[in-house]
Design a protein around this ligand. Structure first.
Ligand SMILES: [Zn+2]
Length: 731
């Protein structure tokens, strides 16, 4: 296939050029605002730490008892962020000076236990100050060792203060949702920052009587005000669904060489709960400040202002809500819904995709050479014909058009908990041409989360739900302190319109431009999107939809930013990713498949049959619905299987052929991989079966890729993954 087939550019009149300049100005001022925000963030996050340190110094004379920061769990109770007990080692040089202990001896001992240089410690011990930090967040085991020494050797002026350290057991999982904490356990990003007041708890204090030199008096009365630990959060996300979204997205970005990365969201269509939200590339929450690709570790200071600024704009940014993009044709589902709701058109009305002129611009169907001509509105949605949407939007009228865009939530931030949410950018005084191009999703930008919210409304009977991430706040005994319920913002369209949209968007996947999102046995509904960004030759490929179409449980959006692989089209590269997320998610949610039995491959696990007699092996394979070929020349009833291919534990399609060997062949039977490109599924199946190879089918349509390149020698019985895609309807 031709690489990056470029759409013909339409000539722009002066009027539109001026509009574009305005848009550029708007974007520029947004950038300036973003830079200011980054500066504020720097002062808050980095300098704030310094300010907190000095406060800590003053307070520690009364010895603070740190509260334990609350844990964060997913909706099924899996730990996402926990607090691990650690210790800080502090000293009071003035106290040490007034005791008989020798600072050099103390330094020597601490150096042994902590592994720091003696002279570094000694330098702090002899300072003329009341308080110095020797070590932060050391292992509790080490801390206890030092505690024992202080007690046994009656050391004054050295303190081990218990503290906690944030730990993220799943490393990069849900990084952009969770965010992370600073050195003083304060939330800096994401949910950690948003829910700070619940998570942080209240510090306690030990008040000890001291003499005028600050030395604890013998038999002094200690008063302890216990720390009040933070509360725990239960999020709406599901760790397994989050993992599915992240893995499929990562594969999609890599395979399609998406230079700008990608975004994937899974939401509960009915409630607006976010089940998964992924940006790629991601980062390890336990090491958020390590050097990014392209920066040497030795020359990288992750705490500098420049680094903080860079990371905030790149690796740490939650693209689902902090990055805006042109939605392209995914927006047509919204326009279709408002048109049906207002009754300006019915699904069975005859329309046409002949070019339409608006303010001096001629707008063509993407299939310009072979227009679809007269068709029903339903077919125009399947075919994604731009002129039809332009004409429908003209019938809606500019005021009602933007009123509905607003009702669908596109003019407001969603109000999700995470800080840093961006808002959409529309022309403030739109003209006919602005509405015309907006009807197919161009020349305005929205956030991925805004689109998902609108699709939830399309799917769930018309209700715009406020998306949210925090489900419950619980204490350590699991008692619910606060529960957050689904919130209806407003009903945008009627149940009847929602029914129609569900049905027609399912048709897009079964009949139209969304075929590559088809999942056998699950009813998937959705719309493709391909949009050119303001940068020339840079595209955004996306797919948004929901499933099961007749009773939507999940809404899924996948975006690939600046794909530079074989194709730039949402229908070719984003649709299969959405389909894969839907398939894996519904399987995980134990939604039974219906119909299409002939369509999908039932999977079977290859049993371990080595050591079995031939009769036992054959019976085990039959039980697993697998075929077999026996190789080797040993005879007798008790001849056992010495080798098998595919090996035990591999997941294969039912009826796959397992090769059994009575004795180890001197040379394993290798065959040469054929070139399968452009073959149909049936043709590929025949070609591979003829060679004694098994197949794993990915997608449907025409073969566009194979696991082993042609000419590669592979062993008979090997399972070969083959990719199929529809390339005829791509826009
Ligand atoms: Zn058309």
């Amino acid at each position: 296939m031709a690489r990056r087939t470029k759409k013909a550019k339409k000539p722009l009149t002066e009027q539109v050029k001026r509009k574009n300049r305005l848009l550029v100005l708007l974007i520029l001022s947004a950038l300036v605002a973003a830079a200011l925000l980054a500066r504020v963030a720097y002062i808050q996050f980095v300098m704030g730490e310094e300010l907190r340190k000095s406060a800590y110094r003053q307070q520690n004379n009364g010895r603070i008892l740190s509260p334990t920061r609350g844990n964060i769990y997913d909706r099924t109770g899996n730990e996402l962020a926990v607090s691990v007990a650690v210790d800080n080692v502090t000293v009071s040089p003035v106290v040490i000076k007034n005791t008989s202990n020798d600072p050099a001896e103390i330094a020597e001992k601490l150096s042994q236990m902590l592994g720091f240089k003696v002279e570094d410690i000694l330098r702090l011990l002899v300072k003329d100050s009341e308080f110095e930090i020797i070590a932060r967040k050391i292992d509790r085991v080490k801390g206890d060792e030092i505690r024992k020494w202080i007690d046994n050797d009656h050391i004054s002026g050295v303190y081990v203060v218990s503290d906690t350290k944030r730990y993220y057991p799943n490393n990069e999982l849900a990084a952009h949702i969770l965010g992370f904490t600073g050195a003083d356990n304060q939330g800096l990003f994401g949910i950690e920052a948003a829910m700070e007041s619940y998570l942080k708890g209240m510090p306690g204090k030990v008040i000890t009587e001291v003499d005028k030199n600050g030395t604890e008096l013998p038999f002094a009365v200690k008063t302890e005000i216990k720390a009040d630990d933070g509360l725990n959060l239960v999020l709406t996300i599901d760790r397994n669904l989050q993992r599915i979204a992240e893995e499929v997205l990562a594969k999609g970005v890599e395979e399609n060489k998406a230079a700008g990365g990608g975004t994937a969201i899974i939401a509960d269509s009915r409630t607006g709960e976010i089940l998964a939200m992924a940006s790629y590339p991601s980062y390890n929450l336990n090491e958020p400040r390590i050097n990014p690709v392209g920066y040497e570790a030795s020359e990288w200071d992750g705490y500098s202002e420049e680094a903080t600024d860079l990371l905030s704009k790149t690796r740490w940014r939650n693209e689902s809500l902090s990055k805006t993009y042109e939605p392209g044709s995914t927006f047509k589902a919204v326009i279709a819904a408002m048109a049906l709701e207002m009754g300006v058109v019915d699904l069975d009305d005859i329309v046409d995709d002949y070019p339409v002129e608006v303010q001096g611009h001629t707008i063509y169907c993407w299939a310009k050479q072979y227009p679809h001509g007269e068709e029903t509105f339903r077919e125009a949605i399947y075919n994604s014909c731009n002129p039809v949407f332009v004409k429908v939007s003209q019938d809606i009228g500019i005021d009602r058009f933007y009123e509905y865009v607003d009702l669908f939530g596109f003019m407001d931030k969603t109000g999700i908990e995470i800080p840093g949410e961006e808002n959409s950018l529309f022309h403030s005084e739109p003209m006919e041409i602005d509405m015309a191009v907006a009807s197919f999703g161009q020349r305005f930008t929205i956030t991925p989360l805004q689109l998902v919210s609108a699709y939830n409304a399309l799917a769930n009977g018309g209700y715009l739900m406020k998306p949210y991430l925090v489900k419950e706040i619980i204490d350590d005994e699991g008692n619910i302190i606060e529960r957050f319920e689904p919130e209806v913002v407003r009903q945008v369209i009627s149940e009847e319109t929602s029914d129609l949209i569900r049905e027609v968007l399912e048709g897009v996947v079964s009949e139209g431009t969304g075929k590559n999102a088809f999942v056998p046995g699950y009813r998937v509904a959705g719309k493709t999107g391909t949009s050119e960004t303001t940068e020339e030759d840079v595209y955004t490929a996306s797919f948004c939809g929901f499933a099961p179409a007749d009773n939507p449980l999940i809404t899924v959006l996948v975006i690939l930013d600046d794909p530079r692989g074989d194709s730039v089209y949402g229908g070719v590269i984003a649709a299969p990713l959405m389909g894969e997320i839907v398939e894996k998610s519904l399987e995980y949610l134990q939604v039974p498949r219906k119909g299409d039995e002939d369509y999908y491959e039932v999977q079977a696990l290859v049993p371990d049959i080595t050591g079995y007699t031939m009769a036992e092996a054959v019976s085990a394979l039959k039980d697993s619905n697998l075929e077999y070929v026996i190789r080797g020349d040993a005879n007798g009833e008790d001849v056992a299987v010495v080798y098998q291919n595919p090996t035990a534990g591999e997941l294969v399609s039912e009826k796959s052929v397992i090769y059994l060997y009575k004795n180890l062949p001197e040379e394993k039977p290798f065959v040469s991989m054929p070139d399968l490109r452009n073959m149909t599924i049936g043709e590929v199946k025949n070609a591979l079966a003829g060679l004694g190879l098994n197949i794993r089918i990915d997608g449907s349509g025409i073969c566009t890729g194979q696991e082993y390149s042609s000419g590669t020698k592979i062993e008979q019985g090997t399972v070969v993954e083959v990719k199929f895609r529809y390339l005829d309807t791509v826009q």
